[in-house]
Design a protein around this ligand. Structure first.
Ligand code: FDA
Ligand code: NAD
Length: 434
């Protein structure tokens, strides 16, 4: 079987891989030195588009429109770009075995890939309801969303089930973005999630109340405090009903499940140190194995700002960690050092006409400021998180670029605050002063 050797090999061809390739090109890479191996059939693209414009009935996004690095305002890296740089894109190729001691990877088709330096960028995979044995969860039209193939299946189902009924299982990122996308496509949408309010890993009850009210006004039904425990299907094996734990039964033509992600570290289990469910790295994204780096969703890394080690499943970190790893690789070749990664968490989402950004840490007391009425013409509101007398996190819906910049600065500088009532009254003007 074929064997290929590269100086630098990236396993995984998602967001982090694309940004790493651009960084290699910036710092200098010779033709034939770098390869990206991806299970997907397409060059790296901005994954966030899949749950947004990819599903719109109008103004639809399609490749090559959203290849990296357009998401952060950079030049689009088309497949030709990799060719011009002499970077090999090895697509539709799944690595099924890794031997880090022998510095080799083996694909499903049996090819061997050797490397001097490896970057693990395998990202996350979805948690499936079949993983915990939910009855009937393998029925057709029970869909998940991670990769472009999944998005294509969704688009097909949306077309086939015009004006049909959709049930969205999960109240996190996928739940909120997909409910909106399906509603925009005129489906009758019901969301189901176990918690008392949506997106509980970030939202306070006050923030969530706005989105739940806004979604309800758009005609989306929300069922909280229960989970899907089973599905029935028709004679073609297509999903027909969702059975809830509280006894209710919902009709469904399409079910979209977003019950969380899991870092794809399985290939390297037992060969590399892990922590908090991810591959453990230092502030240069070096793993416990020499010449092996890891970036993006799959890593647990030192979060200097909070003196903690964490995993982040968002695109900004995927981009920045990839750039940091490549800079570290290049610097170490030249016997130089670079600054440690000093990441300020940044998450965002968009749905309907809404758009929010969050920076920092969501711990401590909270204040809600601004106009958070779901019926407002132009809602603009936010929340600060305050810990030990300092503002450590900030959320803003409907902010302008300058306002978003201002809340980012608040989260980075952690200004002191004496009185929560004053902070509530000041709202955005507090950020503008920092
Ligand atoms: P990513 O998942 O991008 O790439 C991993 C790649 O590795 C994939 O191409 C996969 O096929 C490949 N791979 C895995 N195992 C392999 C193997 N064994 N062999 C070969 N290839 C393999 N974040 C945010 O901040 N704002 C947002 O709006 C969104 N929106 C969003 C929408 C949707 C639908 C999803 C699924 C995710 C988001 N995210 C997001 C999260 C963001 O997309 C995510 O954090 C980054 O894509 C992570 O980048 P990585 O490169 O680490 O993984
Ligand atoms: P998530 O962790 O955001 O949300 C999971 C949700 O699943 C929980 O909030 C909970 O409501 C629900 N849940 C858990 N078990 C359940 C059950 N048995 N039945 C019903 N609901 C259940 O995960 P996700 O929304 O699936 O997103 C997957 C990945 O994609 C994450 O890494 C996420 O960061 C990423 N993503 C990010 C964005 C963004 O940043 N804007 C957008 C889409 C996806």
């Amino acid at each position: 079987m074929a064997e290929k050797t590269f100086k630098y090999l990236i396993v995984g061809g998602g967001v982090a891989a694309g940004y790493a390739a651009r960084q290699f090109a910036k710092l200098g890479v010779n033709p034939g030195e770098l390869a990206i191996i991806s299970k997907e059939a397409v060059a790296p693209y901005e994954r966030p588009a899949l749950s947004k414009a990819y599903l719109f009935p109008e103004g639809t996004a399609r490749l090559p429109g959203f290849h990296v690095c357009v998401g952060s305002g950079g030049e689009r890296l088309l497949p030709e770009w990799y060719k011009e740089q002499g970077i090999e894109l090895i697509l539709s190729t799944e690595i099924v075995k890794a031997d880090l001691a022998a510095k080799s990877l083996i694909s499903a088709a049996g090819e061997t890939f050797k490397y001097n330096t490896l970057i693990i960028a395998t990202g996350s995979t979805v948690i499936r309801l079949t993983d915990f044995g939910v009855e009937g969860a393998d029925a057709k039209n029970i869909l998940y969303l991670r990769e472009i193939d999944d998005a294509d299946k969704l688009v097909e189902a949306i077309k086939a089930k015009k004006n049909g009924k959709a049930v969205i299982v999960g109240g996190g990122y996928i739940g909120l973005e997909l409910s909106a996308a399906l509603r925009i496509n005129n489906l009758d949408v019901t969301m189901v999630y176990p918690e008392p309010w949506c997106m509980p890993r970030l939202f306070t009850s006050g923030i969530a109340a706005f989105y739940e009210g806004y979604y309800a006004n758009k005609g989306i039904k929300i069922i909280k405090g229960t989970v899907a425990v089973g599905f029935t299907s028709d004679s073609n094996g297509k999903v027909k009903e969702v059975k809830l734990k509280d006894g209710r039964v919902l009709e469904a033509d399409i079910v979209v499940v977003g019950v969380g992600g899991r870092p794809l570290s399985t290939l390297f289990k037992g060969q590399v140190a892990e922590e908090k469910g991810g591959i453990k790295t230092d502030g240069f994204f070096r793993t416990s194995v020499p010449d092996v780096y890891a970036v993006g969703d799959v890593v647990t890394f030192p979060m200097k700002l909070y003196n903690d080690i964490r995993r982040v499943e968002h695109v900004d970190h995927a981009r920045k960690s990839a750039e940091q790893a490549v800079k570290a690789i290049k610097a170490s070749e030249e016997g130089k050092t670079i600054e440690e990664y000093d990441y300020l968490p940044y998450f965002y989402s968009r749905a309907f006409d809404l758009s929010w950004q969050f920076y920092g840490d969501n711990v401590g007391d909270t204040v809600l400021f601004g106009d958070s009425s779901p019926t407002s013409q132009k809602p603009k509101f936010g929340t600060y998180w305050v810990q030990d007398g300092k503002v450590v996190g900030a959320f803003l819906e409907g902010g302008s670029p300058e306002e978003n910049k201002a809340i980012a600065k608040v989260a980075r500088t952690k200004p002191p605050v004496e009185n929560l009532d004053v902070l509530t009254k000041e709202g955005l003007s507090f950020a503008a002063k920092i």
